[in-house]
Design a protein around this ligand. Structure first.
Ligand code: ADP
Ligand code: MG
Length: 608
């Protein structure tokens, strides 16, 4: 007897579901794309517990006739493709006819839908792919789909779901992209009763950018409008002064479909060329229209990738379009050079917005000029010796606060005689050689300093006494709606770490104060970067992990880097701290010091 059997419909659907439906965000994507294909003008998405518990999408699209509604849940049921040739000229988002059957196979689903020409609508209840109930109903034109208990019958999948905050993050990304792709549709996203995004649907892309990124990003965008070789490129790109630390905020749309495109990313960054500081990325929303024949979107089940048959032309059009936009815009910030620092001191802590924006501009360009690169060596080259010496002194010593008082730092006082560890010198500007009561020590200066700061911060954090340095001039954070929401939730906890934040309207925040250790670095971009990183962390970590992560990150940033020349005084101060905190390993667990005892020395030199 033969071994081969055809898979049952149920099993086949579950397998297909595994490909299309990875997580709650995939459900949201598929449902909302269906709503878009149905010609909706308003799409409302409601989510509970990151979509693990509930996802609801309500649209005012064309709806489905009763017989279609039932058919729609069969695998390969689609109204969008009739023959194979249609696949080469797709004008809808969906076409595979897999989404509804896949979602229904792994959830408890309710559908209500009605077409304008039908007298009544239809209501279906489907559990694990099987229709359990069907009735006609009086309802509005459009479609309402409620998906509950995703993966209830595929426990392994369920186990792989991440924390609520992570899942809602993915969902929010999807809705952001779709809102950018369709400014003429009004989108709303609600999570656990809270509104995360609402766009007007007025057709203005810049308004959507404002809704997602906030006022300051929106006002600094450059318009792109370019046509070449029968391709049309439109959208917005940020000025080189408005950047982010990752490419996450590059959004590309090809014929209305969001895609991830290394090719387009590369073309954009090539166009900015030297205008960007290293590791900084612009915010990009670009839409490319071309003959659908020239692009294949059917190369991936989730349709996130596309294959261009004229890749080189796409590359050129994107690059030239962006270059033209940058050239045509006024990039030189309108500002006077800072002449008098005292003037700055007089700025009130809560400056009026306009006044603030002016000052903020000063700050960003200043930061650009000093070139705050993540790589310390690069930095050294650009800084004068004096500036550097001051910085290092500040790292170890006390610091003037805004009132001019000296903040007492335990470590700045030392007395050579009290020390058992005495500095002998430094190797490669990275390792300190010291003599101890018994033999010699080699100390990794960065790792050791990092550990010391970590211990200090941890202690202060536990006592809720982290020392905060108020900034003379607050720094501004422009966040996405989702980031702002996360930040709002953690505001109090962040204050415990020493970050004083204040809402600034829209999705913006002002940083009013930072932990003194970070302030000492005297580097605004680094402060901003740290906070952006923190916000990324907020997404994932559990409470105590988060605290630990933050402290490790702060200490790493604040610690003296390898490749920094230290004075004897600075070395002594660090050695004293190492002893006080009995430092053995750095917060990442790497060793901090090596010991060669007197006995070992004598053995090595054959004195014993
Ligand atoms: P596809 O979108 O690839 O066609 P789906 O499984 O997502 O496949 O949907 C199957 C069919 O159900 C669609 O082709 C469409 O006719 C219908 N449909 C799904 N969602 C909606 C909706 N919100 N409004 C109207 N029709 C819909
Ligand atoms: Mg679909």
């Amino acid at each position: 007897m033969g071994k081969i059997e055809l898979l049952s419909e149920e099993v086949a659907n579950k397998i297909a579901a595994g490909e299309v439906i990875e997580r709650p965000a995939s459900v949201v994507k598929e449902l909302v794309e269906n709503s878009i294909d149905a010609g909706s003008t308003r799409i409302k998405v409601k989510v509970e517990d990151g979509g693990k518990k509930l996802i609801q999408v309500v649209d005012d699209g064309e709806g489905m006739a009763a017989e279609d509604a039932k058919l729609a849940f069969e695998r390969h049921a689609t109204s969008k493709v009739k023959e194979a040739n249609d696949l080469f000229a797709l004008r809808t988002l969906g076409f595979r006819g897999e989404a509804l059957s896949s979602i229904a196979a792994v959830s408890r689903l309710k559908l209500t839908t009605k077409r304008e020409d039908s007298l009544s609508g239809i209501k279906l209840r489907i559990v694990g792919g099987a229709v359990e109930k069907e009735e006609s109903c009086g309802c509005q034109v459009g479609t309402n789909i409620l998906v509950k208990d995703l993966f209830f019958n595929t426990p392994v999948r369920y186990k792989y779901l991440r924390q609520t905050s992570t899942e809602i993050g993915h969902i929010s990304d999807i809705i952001n992209r779709l809102s950018l792709a369709y400014p003429e549709i009004s989108f709303s996203l609600e999570h656990n009763g809270r509104q995360l995004l609402e766009t007007t649907g007025n057709g203005n892309l810049l308004d959507v950018i404002f809704n997602i990124y906030g006022r300051d990003v929106a006002k600094d965008m450059i318009k792109v409008d370019y046509q070449q070789d029968y391709m049309k490129l439109t959208g917005f790109i940020s000025k080189p002064t408005t950047t982010r630390s990752s490419r996450k905020h590059h959004s590309y749309f090809v014929n209305g479909r969001f895609i991830k495109s290394a090719l387009m990313s590369k073309a954009v960054e090539e166009a900015y060329h030297t205008l960007l500081t290293i590791n900084r990325h612009p915010i990009v929303v670009l839409k490319l229209k071309l003959n659908p024949i020239l692009v294949d979107v059917n190369v991936h089940p989730t349709k996130l990738k596309a294959k261009f048959s004229r890749g080189n032309i796409v590359y050129k059009v994107v690059k030239d379009g962006v270059i033209k936009a940058i050239k045509g815009s006024d990039l030189i910030p309108k500002l006077e050079l800072k002449e008098d620092n005292k003037q700055e001191d007089e700025v009130k802590k809560e400056p009026k917005k306009q006044e603030y924006q002016q000052k903020n501009l000063n700050l960003t360009t200043e930061a650009k000029k000093t070139g705050s690169k993540p790589n310390y060596n690069q930095e050294t080259k650009q800084e004068s010796k004096e500036v550097r010496a001051k910085k290092i002194e500040r790292l170890f010593g006390g610091i003037e606060d805004s009132k001019g008082e000296q903040i007492q730092e335990e470590s700045s006082q030392y007395n050579e005689e009290d020390l058992s560890l005495v500095p002998i010198g430094q190797i490669h500007q990275s390792y300190i050689i010291a003599q101890g009561v018994d033999g010699m020590y080699v100390i990794d200066q960065h790792a050791a300093h990092e550990r010391v700061i970590y211990q200090q911060l941890l202690q202060k954090y536990k006592e809720e006494q982290v020392k905060i340095q108020e900034l003379l001039l607050p720094l501004k954070l422009d966040l996405t709606h989702q980031e702002a929401q996360l930040l709002a939730e953690k505001e109090e906890q962040l204050a415990k770490f020493g970050f004083l934040l204040e809402e600034f309207g829209g999705n913006s925040y002002l940083i009013q104060g930072v932990p003194v250790q970070l302030y000492k670095l005297d580097d605004q971009e680094l402060i901003l970067d740290t906070i952006y990183k923190l916000i990324e962390e907020l997404d994932f970590k559990e409470e105590h992990h988060f605290a630990e992560q933050v402290l490790i990150m702060l200490s790493c940033k604040a610690a003296v880097k390898a490749g920094t020349k230290l004075s004897v005084k600075e070395m002594s101060s660090l050695l004293a701290d190492i002893e006080e905190y009995q430092v053995q390993t750095c917060p990442h667990g790497r060793p901090v010091l090596m010991h060669l005892s007197q006995h070992e020395l004598e053995k090595k030199f054959k004195r014993k």
